[in-house]
Design a protein around this ligand. Structure first.
Ligand code: CTP
Ligand code: MG
Length: 186
């Protein structure tokens, strides 16, 4: 039981900088768009007004700050964990992640977000139009790709993070649909 909790908990731990980096631009973003208003060939905006320089910088800042808090908290969390289970080396890789990983996860998350917008514009979706799966997983996938050189290649935490992230979105959207605040369950 504790081992399963630790598996999910540490996957969330790894994902936290990317999640924060991806969600803070909504609050702190705005201003000049990254694409400077440019169009792509003849098919609409390169990225759109939803992707701003301030949002990108804010996301990297808050995501990296989250990483710093995790670095600070890790020894305390670890010393609590040892009362319940054996902390294995792969768990320690996550718990001992250096600040650089928090930074890479943040830059990766925001880059994934830009790639997502680029693809959405190419298929004719307007800024803000939902794109299920791409909106929910694109940023996590790219965050993990950016952080991959600093993670254990045999670790299963990245895979758990992808599944858990998808599960949380599915759950919250279904819940939103059931209580009537969302029109459809995706
Ligand atoms: N945002 C920002 N800069 C970014 C990313 C996001 O300023 N690099 C802000 C924008 O105000 C954006 C909001 O956060 O409208 C929500 O982000 P997101 O859902 O990623 O963008 P969308 O507006 O939905 O645009 P797109 O269709 O391109 O994803
Ligand atoms: Mg959106």
């Amino acid at each position: 039981m504790y081992a399963e909790l630790a598996l999910i908990g540490l996957a969330l731990w790894l994902g936290l900088p990317a999640w924060i980096a991806n969600s803070t631009p909504v609050i702190f973003g705005g201003g000049r768009p990254i694409d400077g208003g440019k169009m792509f060939r003849n098919g609409g905006r390169l990225l759109g007004d939803g992707k701003t320089i301030r949002g990108f910088v804010a996301g990297v800042f808050w995501g990296t700050l989250t990483g710093a808090i995790l670095v600070y908290a890790a020894p305390y969390v670890r010393s609590g964990m040892v009362n319940y289970l054996t902390v294995t080396p792969d768990m320690d890789v996550i718990l001992n992640m250096p600040l650089l990983v928090g930074f890479m996860l943040s830059v990766g998350a925001l880059t994934g977000d830009l790639v997502g917008s680029f693809l959405k514009r190419r298929v004719g979706l307007r800024s803000g139009a939902p794109s299920p799966v791409l909106d929910q997983l694109g940023f996590v996938l790219m965050a993990l790709i950016f952080a991959a050189p600093f993670l254990d290649p045999n670790s299963f935490y990245p895979a758990v993070l992808i599944i858990v992230t998808f599960g949380i979105h599915l759950l919250s959207n279904t819940l939103g649909y059931l209580i009537g605040v969302k029109k459809n369950p995706w």
